[in-house]
Design a protein around this ligand. Structure first.
Ligand SMILES: [Zn+2]
Length: 77
């Protein structure tokens, strides 16, 4: 499930700069010539550090959008 966001300052729902720390393990497959192909990348840990509104250029007003909120917004519209 993906988390959606909303900027409460400008109402933006679609454009965000997301800073994420990700710890991964992957199979690095080198050819004899030394060319690398990364395979089977597995995400061991993922942490979203900051979500910044693309228009406001600020993370201050950005809130995660719950599935329930989305349905409530549609119902009231
Ligand atoms: Zn904004």
């Amino acid at each position: 499930m993906t988390t959606r966001y909303r900027c409460t300052a400008c109402g933006n729902l679609t454009r965000f700069d997301v800073t994420t720390t990700r710890r991964t393990r992957a199979f690095h497959h080198f050819s004899v010539g030394g060319e690398l192909v990364v395979e089977d990348e597995e995400v061991l840990d993922e942490r979203v550090e900051e979500v910044s509104c693309r228009w406001c250029a600020s993370p201050r007003a950005v809130v995660p959008l719950e599935e329930d909120d989305e349905r409530a917004t549609e119902a009231s519209a």
